[in-house]
Design a protein around this ligand. Structure first.
Ligand SMILES: [Zn+2]
Length: 266
């Protein structure tokens, strides 16, 4: 079957003398693996359309029950050139690609996830004040799209509204349930609901970090470009999301980009 779909290139590896094997996140079919014959030959007809983080339009021969589909045509729609101009944004862009590569299931369509990636790369390409916010937002929203939506507005025990902003308040975030508890209910007595030790795993979350989590979960990606995130609050968010994603997605543990970010961006 010959099909046409928009894709984001997540990864590209050399294959044989002159070919490439690509992992793409496609709008129509979710994550797919493809082979591009001649993509590394002198007469490469694909240009830069197969570079990681490129938004392209591909035509492919898609065979049922095959793991690898054959690309016949690939044209770049958007190359997000600015992302490659500084190490920070490039590292974050590649981390977003790796995140999707690890988390998304093969050939499982999710247009919202596709749109999320395009939206985040577009924002990352457009001079964000704190580029890392996009990696946080992509992780949180992907978790939400997969059904793991944290409850960030009200205490999960007493229902009291949780104040965000610049307040000095600190709350407790329960990793397994994505539940937040107010400073009264966060005591061990208040949250004793039984269950395994891992179910009880709590991390503290400050009011500014809670506010930022809310923004990451709902704001348009481009509007996040205006945020200047205090590094302390950013680190807090990073830790919460790492625990949260690790808990819900087994594959997250093999993410290599987390170490790279630690190495290059700290
Ligand atoms: Zn409470």
């Amino acid at each position: 079957m010959i099909v046409k779909t928009e894709v984001v290139v997540l990864r590209s590896i050399k294959y044989g003398e002159s070919s490439k094997i690509l992992t793409l996140y496609s709008k129509e079919f979710g994550k797919i693996s493809c082979i591009a014959k001649g993509a590394r030959s002198a007469k490469n007809k694909f240009g830069s359309s197969m570079e990681p983080l490129t938004h392209s339009l591909v035509v492919l021969y898609k065979k049922e029950h095959r793991d690898l589909h054959l690309i016949s045509q690939c044209d770049a729609l958007k190359t997000f050139k600015n992302i490659g101009k500084d190490l920070e944004r490039l590292t974050i862009g590649l981390a977003i690609a790796e995140f999707l590569y690890r988390i998304a299931h093969n050939e499982e369509k999710n247009e919202h996830l596709f749109d999320l990636v395009i939206e985040s790369l577009t924002a990352l390409d457009a001079e964000p004040k704190t580029p890392m916010i996009h990696f946080h937002a992509v992780q949180l929203r992907t978790a939400i799209l997969f059904g793991y939506s944290p409850a960030l507005n009200f205490c999960s025990t007493c229902g009291k509204e949780l104040l965000g902003g610049s307040g000095e308040y600190r709350y407790a975030f329960q990793i397994a349930r994505g539940a937040v508890f107010c400073n009264v209910c966060m005591s061990p007595e208040g949250t004793s609901s039984g269950g395994q030790a891992s179910e009880q795993m709590m991390v503290t979350v400050s009011a500014p970090a809670l506010q930022l989590l809310r923004r990451c979960s709902t704001s348009a990606m481009l509007s996040l470009n205006f945020l200047v995130v205090d590094p302390k609050v950013g680190n807090e968010l990073e830790e919460i999301l790492r625990f949260y994603l690790q808990y819900h997605f087994e594959q997250y543990k093999s993410m290599k980009s987390l170490d790279l970010m630690q190495y290059y961006l700290k």
